[in-house]
Design a protein around this ligand. Structure first.
Ligand code: XMP
Length: 557
């Protein structure tokens, strides 16, 4: 069956991380519903009921930017009792690919409209609202709308629209096949577009609001204003700040851990660093971090991490210097997946070896983020393919009989960065480009040798130095050099050279799921290539990788 809503350019452009929408195979209610979060229940909460839109996470982002605590829950995981216990101060019904007329079409519990709190329906959420409350929804018939549209005011008395219509018609982003053909009793129209006569409607006495477009995407330039008005009407005070979070998370960690010991795999990346600092603030010396040095780190990286956490923060840190073990096992291996499996397996063994020396450890800290724990409504597009097996410490807690401490589970990445700033983590750590667990191994296609790693480290350092000197580091999502498995001929001075070729990669991205190459100027590329060849013995040719993802991946392996 064809998807009816939330398909088209907006979905692809803004949140391409979910599988293609193929069929609506959403399971029937599989109660018991999800557990309430333990850390944040004292905050005013906004509930986002997810109907499977590819941009639902963006709704949460917009709300968190307004300092409103919200959670996304799939429509089929909530029932009346759950809703009552969750006690949201407001509810948003997301978009989704279904049609209200499908058999088993996804529906929220009807009580959502009887909670007495403001409810905002977006796209499919709007259609559900109309359908359940006595309006009428119709299929396409030539009125489908995908892309930019302009909504004109019909009446400006709705508080959802305060300060919204400033210049007549406002640009919005539509992505729907079905449309509302009759609004439910009690609703009035506040905005209309050529293909969506009921673009903005509300039943103000019941505090129910509905929009056909997507205010969360950036093609609806003033969408944030609608969310701001909505949360203001709901009485949110903007109490979700990283300052408040820090205090509550520390209290929650203390309550969970008691006087027991915690271990943490610290990589120096922003997630593990913030996790470690937060837990350290909560339980001090009960925390021991293990920094596994696999010999595949960048120039000076191990020294920086150790100095920072051991000396500056005075944190118990084990520097597990195991490069000989890792590089020994990788000798002669050139297959990318084999490399990843060897590194992943050894990482767990090494971590376990050091961790089991910490007597009485009962908890393992992990930097799990909110996007990793959001349960998505599943629209299966066929079997998923392993593109690359990512490396992490998954599986360890069961193997070692450890309980998890995950103090970042409620946070998005930029909130983690803000929390890092609260904890005094230097900007150089907070704004760091991501670095993969297998490190330089996957930036050294073919066999890994210490000679190649040494050349790569020095070349990468020059490249990053160039990027910083030109003030480009923060504009780029990730940049690195990779040493290619080939030598080429060159001429330096009067002599022939036969040295390695280097690839430079720099991408812009939001989440690493899709990426575009960064458009350096020719001058920058020329200057960088010259510097690398002059300063790094062993490189005589430099390429710039202009591949986007897809079809490429960010790393070379
Ligand atoms: P790809 O190459 O899959 O990378 O486009 C997407 C992002 O993921 C990072 N990456 C990893 N991160 N363990 C990690 O922690 C891994 O095994 C791994 N492989 C890739 C990569 O650097 C990029 O940011």
């Amino acid at each position: 069956m064809q998807a009816k809503n939330d398909t088209g350019p907006v979905a692809k452009q803004h949140c391409p991380c979910k599988p293609p929408l193929m069929t609506f195979g959403g399971p029937p209610c599989d109660f018991p519903p999800q557990k309430l979060p333990e850390v944040m229940t004292q905050h005013d909460k906004l509930l986002i009921v997810d109907f499977g839109s590819q941009v639902t996470q963006l709704i949460a982002r917009r709300l968190r930017e307004l300092n409103v605590y919200c959670e996304i829950h799939p429509y089929n995981k909530i029932d009346d009792a759950w809703l009552k216990a969750f006690a949201p101060r407001a509810v948003i019904l997301s978009g989704g690919p279904a049609s209200v007329y499908w058999q088993d079409a996804p529906m929220p519990p009807f009580t959502v409209f009887d909670l007495g709190v403001p409810v905002l329906g977006i796209c499919y959420g709007q259609q559900v609202m109309m359908h359940l409350l006595g309006g009428h929804v119709e299929g396409g018939h030539g009125t489908a709308e995908f892309g930019r549209a302009y909504v004109s005011p019909t009446d400006q008395s709705c508080p959802l629209l305060d300060g919204w219509y400033e210049s007549g018609a406002e640009q919005v982003w539509m992505s729907h096949g079905d449309h509302v053909s009759r609004i439910a009793p009690g609703f009035e129209v506040f905005g209309t577009s050529p293909n969506a006569p009921f673009a903005i409607t509300a039943d103000m006495s019941r505090r129910l609001y509905a929009v056909q477009f997507h205010p969360e995407v950036h093609h609806t330039p003033k969408g944030a204003k609608l969310y701001e008005n909505f949360v203001r009407m709901a009485g949110f005070t903007g109490d979700w700040t990283m300052d408040a979070y820090r205090e509550q998370a520390i209290a929650a960690i203390r309550a969970q851990v008691g006087d027991k010991k915690v271990i943490c795999a610290l990589s120096g990346g922003v997630d593990s660093s913030v996790t470690a600092l937060l837990i350290h603030e909560a339980v001090g010396d009960q925390l021991t971090c293990v920094f596994v040095d696999h010999g595949l780190l960048r120039l000076g990286e191990a020294e920086q991490v150790v100095a920072m956490f051991r000396e500056h923060y005075n944190l118990n840190l084990i520097h597990a210097e195991e490069s000989a073990l890792f590089l020994g096992r990788l000798e002669g291996v050139s297959d990318p997946e084999t490399k990843r499996k060897i590194i992943g397996g050894l990482f767990i063994d090494v971590f376990q070896k050091y961790a089991s020396g910490i007597e009485g450890a009962e908890f393992l800290a992990q930097g799990t983020l909110y996007p990793d724990v959001i349960e998505s409504v599943s629209f299966s597009g066929g079997p998923s393919v392993t593109i690359k097996s990512h490396h992490n410490v998954g599986g360890l807690p069961e193997k070692m009989g450890l309980k998890l401490v995950e103090p970042l589970r409620e946070l998005f990445k930029d909130e983690v960065r803000a929390l890092g700033r609260e904890l005094g983590l230097p900007a150089s750590f907070i704004g760091r480009h991501p670095f993969p667990g297998p490190g330089l191994a996957i930036r050294c296609p073919g066999e890994i040798t210490t000679e190649k790693l040494d050349i790569l480290r020095r070349a990468d350092a020059v490249y990053i130095d160039q990027i910083r000197k030109h003030g480009l580091y923060d504009e780029i999502w990730q940049a690195f050099a990779a040493i290619l498995p080939m030598k080429t001929v060159g001429v330096m001075g009067d002599g022939r050279t036969y040295d390695f070729a280097l690839a430079l990669r720099a991408v812009t991205s939001v989440d690493g799921m899709t990426a575009d190459y960064y458009p350096f100027t020719h001058d920058f590329l020329g200057e960088t290539a010259t510097r690398i060849i002059n300063e790094v013995k062993g490189i005589n040719r430099v390429f710039y990788d202009c591949t986007s993802k897809p079809p490429g991946t960010i790393e070379l392996e």
